[in-house]
Design a protein around this ligand. Structure first.
Ligand code: AMP
Ligand code: MN
Ligand code: MN
Ligand code: MN
Length: 282
């Protein structure tokens, strides 16, 4: 049943707050039947999640969410059914992990200039030595009382033109899709409604994505409202893309949506789990 798929979630391997085992348990409690873990630019949580899913009543899909810079915008590309041991994928994301470490130092320097010292050490403490994300800086800034909520802390410090912002320099779109395909995965555009792209740029981006082998787009996402779902149902159809559905769950206190409350894919969408490569991989 299509309601029971959640193909976009995070763990403590990136910026989620549940460990892979806790996430699998939580997803089971929510009634999720097919779960993908898609941490940012890293696959370190997958082996623990696979082991946890083996003990649970759940079909597991190994995934990733790769950070891309396209036309000066950050775009996220989810890879589903990837082989985490693929060398091409690992070499690619290694560069993104190094960039994350460098960027974290820059963010910390900028915050220090703005009168907030100690951010790098705090972010490392909060991330427990895994990948460093803006989310970890956001937790620190909320902890220190610089803003009342995650949403507000991003707005005040961590987005363009704000004191702790460093512009992204992520992977090329073609490279990210290439790594995912090399690892046997299906590439899916994450939460398209979140990008600040004109209709024309969105069209160019999706055409480029499809031309380099991308196959899907998240129609239902934790960050999509009803009108976004409607819009991207049509966009998916126009570009011949398969539709995906994912909560983008980050943990109990920061999640955008509970996997149980996510809407179903609208009729007329071709679910990504009906793609022939999905069958081949599962
Ligand atoms: P990064 O990839 O390190 O730049 O961090 C991006 C992450 O920050 C996203 O994956 C979200 O988890 C989180 N994020 C971005 N914007 C917001 C927001 N407005 N409120 C809460 N979390 C956000
Ligand atoms: Mn995140
Ligand atoms: Mn994302
Ligand atoms: Mn995500």
């Amino acid at each position: 049943m299509m309601d029971l798929y959640d193909l976009h979630t995070h763990t403590t391997a990136s910026d989620g707050s549940l460990s892979p085992t806790e996430l699998v348990t939580h997803a089971c409690e929510c009634g999720t039947e097919v779960l993908a873990v898609t941490d940012h630019d890293i696959t370190d949580g997958l082996s623990e999640a696979i082991a946890a899913a083996n003990d649970a009543q759940l079909t597991f899909v190994p995934g990733i969410e790769v950070s891309v810079t396209w036309a000066h915008q950050t775009i996220h590309v989810v890879g589903l059914h990837i082989d985490p041991d693929n060398a091409e994928l690992q070499t690619g994301i290694q560069k993104l992990q190094e960039y994350r470490n460098w960027r974290a130092e820059e963010i910390s320097r900028k915050l220090e200039k703005a009168g907030i010292p100690g951010a790098l050490d705090a972010a490392k403490r909060i991330s427990k030595g895994k990948i460093l994300s803006r989310t970890h800086f956001a937790h620190f800034l909320v902890e220190q009382g610089h803003a009342p909520s995650m949403k507000q802390v991003f707005k005040k410090f961590l987005v363009r033109n704000k004191p702790g912002y460093v512009s992204g320099d992520w992977a090329e779109l073609e490279d990210a899709v290439g790594w995912i395909r090399a690892a046997g995965g299906l590439a899916v555009i994450a939460h398209p409604a979140r990008y600040q792209l004109s209709a024309n740029k969105m069209r160019q981006m999706l055409a480029a994505f499809r031309d380099c082998g991308g196959v899907g787009i998240e129609v239902v996402s934790g960050s999509h409202g009803a009108s976004d779902i409607q819009r991207f149902t049509h966009v998916a159809e126009y570009f011949g893309l398969y539709a995906s559905r994912g909560s983008d769950y980050h943990g109990k206190e920061t999640s955008y949506a509970d996997p149980r409350r996510l809407p179903a894919l609208p009729d007329g969408c071709r679910p990504v789990w009906t793609h022939s490569d999905w069958y081949a991989a599962s």
